[in-house]
Design a protein around this ligand. Structure first.
Ligand code: F3S
Length: 390
């Protein structure tokens, strides 16, 4: 690929070893995908933050990068870590795990990467503007950024997102190129989507059946709530290598394969993913809960007592906002727990003697089964809360 003189100097090690390594990584990816050049990225979102997912090799890499002087050149944020960084003892996180996790956070801090620890980096004021090139790694956030916000990002890995954060660059290929943002399939719905879980099931069906596709879903529009769309994005990215979908009807010049999806497909997907057993834990917040969702949970549990363990995962930023509004107190007075910086999948919480969880997330159900050998029972968010308090 073409490199500017300044980029070549970095590649030749003239600006230090960590920048050289970062440039080598991005050039290798660019060459593999036929990128003609690098472009500026305005922000990076880095995955591989939990000690559970990266272990010693990942920690070693971060130690080397941070002690080598790597520093973010653009806004850089983090995916969820392996525990609530303040209250980890409350959730029985083993001390050794916590020490490793805190060391990971120190490495990121040294590299001037913000400890956002969330998979919804787009919430509130943080959404990148339309058309902006970014380098994000969390797959659900990638689909959301491309499809809902019309920003442009490939599904980065943790190391490439870190490299982009250090250099402020990303190779020009894939979702950064307008021609690649055209639909491959047109999905027509033959049933009404009744609640958030239906949207998530639809997303899971698409990823599972169409793989690396770019579907247009004609019956869904930008008017759908962002919380609903984030569940759709997450499940599509979990079951298939989807980076983007389109909403609404396209132009007549779009020639795509047409596919109908209806209640049978959603029911079959639910049967595939969901257990019918009863469990003692309810986990909400995959992707992390937004403020409106916490408000809803708070109103549903108000004046009641949870009979099951009710875990609500969110970002520290959203938890702080929810605290000010009194939602956190309402949930915790009812016996629920509002946990931040982490999630049910990347923390060791689901490993400690839990046979299964009730959740509204197809992504959580997918990864709990494949990574943790933990079963999940799917319910809509409101049903999950009802289940927890009854
Ligand atoms: Fe987010 Fe963890 Fe789910 S990172 S999308 S809550 S698996």
């Amino acid at each position: 690929m073409y490199l500017t003189k300044a980029e070549e100097r970095i590649l030749n090690g003239e600006e230090g070893e960590t920048k050289e390594l970062a440039m080598k990584l991005l050039v290798a990816i660019g060459d593999a995908y036929g990128a003609p050049k690098m472009i500026q990225a305005s922000s990076a979102q880095i995955s591989g933050v939990s000690y559970k997912t990266i272990g010693e090799p990942g920690l070693g890499f971060l130690r080397d990068m941070s002690s080598g002087g790597a520093v973010a050149a653009i806004r850089a944020m983090l995916n969820p870590a392996g525990m609530d960084l303040d209250r980890w003892k409350q959730f029985n996180i083993p001390t050794r795990f916590a020490e490793k996790q805190l060391e990971i956070m120190q490495c990121f801090k040294k590299m001037k990467i913000e400890p956002t620890c969330t998979c919804i980096p787009y919430c509130d004021e943080n959404a990148p503007p339309k058309g902006e090139h970014i380098a994000w790694a969390e797959s659900s956030a990638v689909v959301f950024a491309n499809s809902v916000l019309d920003a442009r990002t490939n599904r980065e890995g943790g190391p490439t997102a870190l490299a982009s954060s250090i250099l402020g660059l990303t190779p020009l290929h894939g979702m950064h190129v307008l021609e690649h943002r055209k639909p491959t399939h047109l999905i027509g719905l033959t049933c009404k989507l009744n609640h958030d879980l239906d949207y998530a099931l639809l997303g899971y069906w698409i990823g599972r059946n169409l793989g690396a596709s770019l579907p247009r879903i004609s019956d869904i529009s930008h008017a759908t709530s962002q919380d609903t769309l984030k569940g759709l994005c997450a499940s599509m990215a979990a079951s298939g290598s989807v980076s983007m979908f389109l909403m609404g009807s396209g132009g007549s010049d779009e020639e795509t394969e047409r596919i109908s999806v209806g209640r049978d497909e959603l029911v079959e997907t639910e049967r595939f993913l969901s257990s019918d057993k009863s469990f003692e834990h309810v986990a909400l917040g995959c992707p992390h809960l937004g403020l409106k969702e916490l408000k809803l949970v708070a109103s549903l549990v108000s004046g009641r007592k949870a009979k099951k363990r009710l875990w609500c995962f969110t970002s520290r930023h959203v938890r702080d906002l929810a605290q000010r509004q009194g939602y956190v107190d309402s949930i915790e007075e009812a016996g629920g727990e509002v946990i931040c910086d982490t999630c049910i999948v990347v923390s060791p919480m689901a490993e400690s003697g839990i046979d299964g969880v009730v959740t509204n997330s197809c992504k959580a159900a997918h990864y709990l089964r494949s990574l943790n050998q933990v079963e999940a029972r799917l319910m809509d968010l409101q049903e999950c809360v009802e289940y927890a308090v009854s």
